[in-house]
Design a protein around this ligand. Structure first.
Ligand code: SF4
Length: 297
């Protein structure tokens, strides 16, 4: 039995470009310089994780404990940003935004159920036959938060999104629909942290709600299985077709310098502008880059 594990980022990439799947998830080429927006998002996630674990443990019930928890989360952030490529000024601005966001939402009434909750769930299984090996597809990920929200009352998946642009989240997100499928839930809150200096806190810190009908989640699972079969075919044929209509999407594909070069120099481009990192893991917290609407990290 062959097993393929995917997450929302692999799924997004298989749909958008076979060659990108090969470079990013099979050969593990990462740009030498990580985009600042991603690192700012990583840092914010680390502080949120520390803070919401404390909130789950009851450390926000009085002002003194709350102040200590915020200070502890910021200390955690300062420890985390040292190995990052962020400037001290940028990292400290991230920390300032974190503190302002936490104080803005401190009476949100959230009961924290899970923080950074990993999952690995069987999406599809085809048994071995005498002529053909079977296929097992696992869908994996890590969910920022699961909370009980007071009004409208219910249990929600929460995803933190940082960015510098405003906009409405996109409902048809592999990331959010995959989370709902994995947890058998249908409601998501996007906890937005805007970095725009010209906007007020109420404009930068928004919580946007999305709910999914069961049929949409079922359809999501079917297309995830379809695209994973496509990925298995790419691997079997060792052919990963480029899709030039995806090169300019969002901020532009990070592999453009490679693909814009003739085949004979692509390896040189990879060796000089990228490095081969650890194998991809959907459980690695610091690699969130799915664009959702206008968000950056
Ligand atoms: S630059 Fe275009 S063809 Fe190359 S990996 Fe990126 S999306 Fe694919």
């Amino acid at each position: 039995m062959r097993t393929i594990a995917i997450d929302s980022q692999i799924l997004n990439t298989v749909v958008s470009c076979g060659r990108k799947v090969k470079m990013m998830f099979i050969d593990n080429w990462r740009p030498t310089e990580k985009a600042e927006a991603l690192e700012k998002g990583d840092l914010m996630h680390k502080m949120f994780a520390h803070y919401y674990r404390g909130k789950r443990a009851g450390l926000t019930l009085n002002d003194e404990d709350h102040a200590l928890l915020i200070a502890g989360s910021i200390a955690e952030g300062r420890k985390e940003y040292l190995p990052m490529q962020l400037s001290v000024t940028t990292a400290e601005e991230d920390i300032r935004q974190f503190k302002e966001n936490i104080l803005y939402w401190q009476r949100d009434g959230w009961k924290i159920i899970d923080v950074e909750a990993p999952f690995s769930k069987l999406l599809y299984e085809r048994p071995d036959t005498p002529t053909k090996p079977g296929l097992r597809i696992l869908y994996e990920g890590i969910i920022d938060l699961v909370v009980t929200h007071p009004s409208p009352h219910g249990t929600y998946i929460v995803d933190h999104k940082t960015g510098s642009r405003r906009g409405v989240p996109f409902k048809l997100s592999n990331q959010f629909m995959g989370y709902c499928w994995a947890r058998d839930m249908n409601q998501v809150i996007i906890n937005k942290v805007g970095f725009q200096k010209s906007l007020s806190a109420s404009e930068r810190f928004q919580r946007q709600f999305i709910s999914y009908e069961k049929e949409l989640i079922k359809e999501w699972a079917q297309q995830a299985v379809y695209w994973t079969h496509m990925l298995a075919g790419y691997i079997d044929q060792n052919y990963f077709p480029p899709n030039f209509t995806s090169c300019d999407k969002y901020s532009g594909c990070i592999y453009q310098p490679v693909c814009c070069s003739i085949p004979q120099v692509r390896q040189f481009k990879l060796d000089s502008g990228y490095y081969q990192g650890d194998p991809w893991s959907p459980h690695t917290r610091d690699k969130k880059e799915e664009p959702v609407g206008e968000t950056e990290a």
